[in-house]
Design a protein. Structure first.
Length: 590
């Protein structure tokens, strides 16, 4: 008997939404939710001072608040930048692997000078409010905008503000940082050694950065030890009770959810199959079913390539209203910002740094970061499809005619209604199975087609190829015979797709993971001889795991002289925060 393939079905315990949040219904429900440990997070970054034209890079660490180990609850975290008006400049969705993730943000000239707050959290953490959320100060200086009043304290005149030095807490008893010397020439190699003295007690996940020490007096970024002390008493479980609404944890990936209502009555519809497709060449297909309150939920685990989702009710007999849920923003009313101010005697420094940034950005193309390729998505679930390129055959005007004349084993068939459906013939030679009259799963450019009659006369001249498998599939409680995937030349079927009981919604993607560029100057290589190098961030390793006793790295200094800080921040496997800092000098020779 041929084994059926079962496409992912998500059935959750959640039964009601209030502004895309779950309401705790009874004591049993509350006890189950309290068994899910609360989380906390730490964001390491290259701030606190960032200029327009520079990147704010960050590494996100999320923990089980009860054990201080990397969380195994949330698979998605968030890093956001908020201005003093409590507006989001960005909110990045970060995919977590064993509690860790990373990303970056380019500070454009459209963002004004000001005091900002960098936040790190998960949806589950939002249940404990702002106190549970990681918060650190970021100052952005944008010299390209005339108005700098936000950061200028006119009453202070030319007095240098922010003269109080930050207290830096570090711990070198477990790990140490060593370099082959303390002073370097521009474009010279630096050999960096990290030594773990205490075996398993030093094993853990860390971030390494080498950055130019700030010339303007400003409070240092929160390091891992300071964070550990500040968030030691973070909530260990949710505080909500029966009848309260909570944010849902993203336990299996990105959570997409919403509500379906009957158009005529306006009431939620129960037990209604809902299909969610992520369009594109590497498409995704997910199934859900509405609960007694008309709510549906599904998780997206794989790395999708499209920032849109198509949500459709599989049942085409009735007419329904689909609403996608959106999580509320956390309450930021109590958020406090630093008292950082600029003075006018810093004008020359700001001007010079901005000029160097412009020069550095002009040559960005010669030293780019690279996006890490994700695993390809297989809509056929491991099956080997038959692929038909239509240009290899005589062209026919419609999809129906093309299936009849060109594609074996597939065609339109009349059902019990007037509408036809696409059927893929069974493979009785290879498999011993009972005859069925199940419809095929049909996708066009990754968009699920619930009503096959709608595409019967589709213009086949737009189609590049048709791929199909003859396996049996189950999507939810419904059986299907095979998958047929139709790809157009332009891949833009979604642009003109209109269908009853269908909703196309934006669905923000997790930020792409990168291999960050590492500048090298090899002997005899003249590639960068005429390329200026004004990097302030000499090295950035957002996630580095220590499992041995010693590690060696290397990086090169830039043309920019001054004092640089080598900073290691992170956490051992048992949750102890460690932070080490070492300074080196870059000076021109005689």
């Amino acid at each position: 008997m041929k084994k059926r393939q079962i496409l992912a079905v998500i059935i959750l315990m959640f039964t009601s939404l209030s502004h895309a949040q779950y309401v705790i219904k009874d004591r049993s429900d509350l006890l189950n939710l309290k068994k899910v440990p609360q989380e906390k997070s730490y964001v390491d970054h290259n701030g606190p001072l960032v200029f327009s034209g520079e990147y704010l890079v960050y590494s996100l660490h999320c923990f089980n608040a009860q054990t201080n180990n990397p969380t195994n609850v949330s698979k998605i975290g968030y890093v956001a930048l908020v201005n003093e008006s409590k507006e989001f400049i960005f909110e990045h969705k970060v995919k977590l692997e064993k509690g860790h993730g990373y990303g970056d943000f380019f500070v454009s000239t459209e963002i004004p000078s000001g005091r900002y707050k960098l936040l790190g959290y998960t949806q589950w953490m939002k249940n404990s409010g702002l106190s549970q959320v990681f918060k650190d100060d970021i100052v952005i200086i944008n010299p390209y905008l005339a108005d700098q009043s936000t950061l200028l304290d006119i009453s202070r005149g030319d007095v240098l503000p922010n003269t109080v030095k930050s207290t830096i807490i570090s711990d070198s008893s477990t790990l140490t940082i060593r370099t082959n010397k303390s002073t370097y020439l521009p474009r010279e190699i630096v050999n960096l050694n990290i030594k773990n003295f205490k075996g398993g007690l030093g094993h853990g996940s860390y971030t390494i950065k080498v950055k130019r020490k700030e010339e303007i007096a400003i409070a240092s970024a929160i390091n891992s030890i300071t964070y550990g002390n500040a968030y030691f008493n973070a909530d260990k479980e949710i505080k909500q009770t029966i009848g309260d609404s909570i944010f849902l944890p993203e336990q299996r990936g990105e959570l997409i959810y919403g509500t379906v209502k009957n158009t005529e009555t306006g009431l939620p519809t129960e037990n209604l199959p809902v299909v969610i497709s992520i369009p594109g060449k590497e498409s995704l297909l997910k199934f859900s079913e509405t609960d007694q309150n008309g709510n549906f939920y599904s998780y997206i685990r794989k790395d999708r390539k499209n920032p849109f989702a198509v949500i459709q009710v599989e049942n085409q007999d009735g007419t329904y209203i689909i609403e996608k849920g959106e999580p509320e923003n956390i309450d930021l009313s109590d958020l406090k910002f630093s008292d950082f101010n600029l003075s006018r005697n810093q004008e020359e420094y700001i001007k010079n740094r901005s000029v160097l940034n412009q020069i550095e950005n002009q040559f960005f193309g010669s030293k780019p970061d690279s996006i890490l390729e994700s695993n390809p998505i297989d809509i056929f679930n491991g099956g080997i499809p038959e692929v038909i390129i239509l240009d290899d055959y005589t062209r026919f005007p419609t999809l129906e005619e093309s299936l009849v004349e060109v594609v074996k084993f597939a065609g339109f068939r009349k059902g019990n209604t007037n509408d036809a459906y696409i059927r893929i013939g069974q493979d009785f030679k290879s498999y011993d199975e009972e005859y069925n009259d199940f419809p095929a799963i049909v996708l066009i450019d990754g968009v699920y087609i619930p009503n096959h009659e709608q595409i019967r006369t589709y213009d086949a001249r737009k189609i590049e190829k048709i791929s199909l498998t003859r396996d049996q599939f189950r999507l939810g409680s419904k059986e299907y015979q095979g998958i047929i995937s139709i790809e157009t030349f332009k891949g833009n079927f979604l642009d003109s797709y209109t269908s009853k009981n269908s909703l196309v919604v934006p669905f923000k993607q997790p930020i792409s993971k990168k291999n960050y560029f590492v500048q090298t100057y090899q002997l005899g290589d003249t590639t960068f001889d005429r390329v200026p190098d004004y990097r302030r961030l000499l090295y950035w390793n957002p996630q580095f795991n220590i499992a041995n006793s010693t590690y060696d790295f290397e990086f090169y200094t830039s043309d920019l002289e001054g004092t640089y800080e080598i900073i290691l921040n992170g956490f051992t496997t048992y949750g102890k925060p460690l932070s080490i800092i070492k300074e080196i000098e870059v000076l021109k020779g005689d």
